[in-house]
Write a protein of this length. Structure first.
Length: 241
């Protein structure tokens, strides 16, 4: 029985990834800030017959993230699959607004680095030594496609952070060749749950399962943005009503 840890698990993509892997008999550890959201997802996953446990933690709190991953290993066994896909809440965006390319400052980048790059490095480095020792494992790191494949100048401070993470994961993919451990980056150019078939959480989750089983691609780009995406701006879930 394998264990998947979803760091940044939410009610859309995280839930769909959990359901897809649970359908294959994989136990699921759910890590994010909201215990209520995690509990709702976990209750749904346990109906599939796997173990699904919640471990609330803020990824920008490195000791808390480490404790959550350690607790997941103690409860569910070694983490064989790590999926990292945190996202800011509207409250986060009020505290650390997204800025365009001409407005980037050192200060505007720091919170984004903390969430995407530093949190991702901490999560990966928590599980990677064990994976290398066992000679098997999968690391899937997700970001918006503005991390590299798509130009998104209206959210430039985020893309500096996610671009750094993407670069590291692509290099990690190459460095892990022959080790039995597989790392890949997923660049999502889509309004998840709002666009066409390719934007639906379950469709994207199916692609994650194919990456995990195929273990060849360094990067998957999911492209389903409308032509006016620069004018449209953020997905609805990041905008307060």
């Amino acid at each position: 029985m394998s264990t998947l840890a979803i760091v940044g698990a939410g009610p859309q993509l995280g839930r769909a990834i959990g359901r897809r892997f649970a359908a294959e008999g994989v136990d699921v550890a759910l890590i994010a800030r909201s215990r209520a959201t995690l509990r709702a997802v976990a209750d749904e996953l346990t109906d599939t017959g796997v173990r699904a446990e919640v471990f609330p933690a803020d990824v920008t709190d490195r000791p808390a993230l480490h404790a959550a991953l350690t607790a997941a290993e103690e409860r569910l066994g070694p983490i064989d699959i790590l999926e990292y896909s945190p996202a800011p809440s509207p409250a986060d965006l009020r505290r650390a607004p997204l800025v365009g390319a001409t407005e980037v400052t050192v200060e505007s980048i720091l919170a984004q680095l903390d969430l995407y790059l530093l949190g991702g490095v901490a999560a990966v480095q928590h599980v990677l030594p064990g994976m290398l020792e066992r000679g098997t494992g999968t690391i899937l790191v997700s970001s918006g496609a503005g991390s590299g494949p798509v130009i998104a100048p209206h959210v430039a401070n985020v893309q500096i952070a996610t671009g750094g993470m993407r670069n590291w994961i692509l290099n990690l993919h190459a460095a892990l060749s022959g080790s039995g451990v597989y790392a890949a980056h997923v660049a999502i150019a889509a309004y998840i749950g709002q666009g066409g078939h390719a934007s639906q959480p379950q469709t994207i989750a199916d692609a994650y399962w194919r990456l995990h089983t195929g273990r060849t691609e360094a990067e998957l780009v999911i492209q389903d943005l409308p032509d006016d995406y620069l004018d449209r701006g953020l997905a609805d879930k990041f905008v307060e009503p």
